[in-house]
Design a protein around this ligand. Structure first.
Ligand code: FES
Length: 103
């Protein structure tokens, strides 16, 4: 059984399940999404949270879902920050739920 066939995420996909699949990694774990998914949707179909806030450690999963609240920042392994609710997932994206700390 494919790891991705089990849905343990916050979101459950109900429609448009026939779109082409793309692979990405999240904290080193290989996952898949559908073309046209936002990063937020791609992550939350597999996980219950997007990240933990750097201030309180509280779990976050986005809030406004339209690019206004700043609640869904996530990082790439190359250090870029992106707003998960307004960025489309791309094949082979390498995402981190916590930014790498500068050393
Ligand atoms: S969820 Fe509000 S900016 Fe992304």
């Amino acid at each position: 059984m494919s790891r991705n066939s089990h849905n343990s995420g916050l979101l459950q996909r109900l429609a448009e399940t026939g779109r082409e699949r793309v692979s990405f990694t999240l904290d080193g774990e290989s996952l898949d999404a559908l073309v046209g998914d936002t990063v937020l949707t791609a992550v939350l179909t597999h996980r219950a949270t997007l990240r933990h806030t750097e201030f309180s450690g509280q779990a976050r999963a986005g809030f406004c879902l339209m690019g206004a609240c700043q609640d869904c920042w996530i990082s790439t392994e190359s250090g870029a920050r992106l707003r998960a609710c307004s960025t489309f997932v791309q094949a082979d994206m390498r995402l981190l739920t916590q930014a790498e700390s500068a050393s």
